[in-house]
Ligand binder design. Structure first.
Ligand code: PEP
Length: 251
């Protein structure tokens, strides 16, 4: 019922030449319609990537977009309407690097989420606990609060057109991965929280796991019943490794 999805977050990596090489590798990957594949290049390279992936079946998203839908006086930001015009389909909202390093508040994330949807972009809402919160036994409380911030503001129906990525902060870029059971427990709690409001939305929404996903651990993670694929950082910068992760999602 839910199509598996694998999304590559390239973060602040890449030069024009490096991106061209990565695109060449991605274009050579065997295609499988079963898995939805997306990449999120830096804003600078979005145009290059959209052009380079024409006809490949790979969707392109942005890592960030502005709090208002339309273009205007907001120095340094990119409007979701501009991204949509370029051909972007998705946008990350609430990645932990933006929550923690850029200090994005729940209020800012709510605005970004709504502005993206208003322009036809599908938000990928990233939520997850820090190591300190996990060790204090607060994982489910934190994740529930981050999800409630959107549900309580806009209603659960907005998740009919959004993706959720559970990304424990302690597993991002660290080489540490949540065990398949640890990840499944949180994914099940997220789906149950949505189901309390709307069972159909809960059953349909794609829940991705993110945090040091690699070809060697992807199959086990994606084999869990509530894990519908992955949001992949470091390993998405290598086309062969990323391709192997995409294949694991299809099996
Ligand atoms: C991410 O940036 O969303 C991520 C999960 O990174 P990594 O796979 O490198 O841990």
């Amino acid at each position: 019922m839910r199509r598996p999805m694998v999304a590559g977050n390239w973060k602040m990596h890449g030069t024009r030449a490096g991106v061209a090489e990565l695109l060449e590798g991605l274009r050579k990957l065997p295609r499988s319609g079963e898995v939805e594949v997306a990449v999120f290049p830096s804003s600078l390279h979005i145009g290059q990537v959209i052009d380079g992936l024409q006809g490949s079946g790979i969707t392109v998203g942005a890592q960030n977009s502005a709090i208002q839908p339309e273009q205007g006086a907001l120095t340094g930001e990119v409007a979701p309407s501009q991204l949509a015009e370029l051909g972007c389909k998705l946008v990350l909202v609430g990645h932990s690097e933006r929550r923690q390093v850029m200090g994005e508040s729940e209020n800012v994330l709510q605005q970004k989420f709504a502005a993206a949807q208003a322009c036809g972009l599908k938000p990928v809402l990233c939520i997850g606990e820090t190591l300190e919160e996990r060790e204090a036994g607060k994982t489910l409380e934190v994740v529930e609060r981050q999800l409630s911030s959107i549900i309580d503001t806009f209603g659960v129906a907005v998740f009919a057109n959004a993706v959720i990525a559970y990304e424990p902060v302690w597993a991002i870029g660290t080489g540490l991965t949540a065990s398949p059971q640890q990840a499944q427990d949180v994914h099940a709690a997220i789906r149950a929280q949505l189901a309390k409001e709307d069972a159909e939305v809960a059953a349909r929404v794609q829940l991705l796991y993110g945090g040091s996903v690699k070809a060697s651990n992807a199959a086990e993670l994606f084999g869990m019943p509530d894990i519908d694929g992955g949001l992949v950082g470091g390993a998405s910068l290598n086309a062969d490794e990323f391709g192997a992760i995409c294949r694991a999602a299809g099996n």
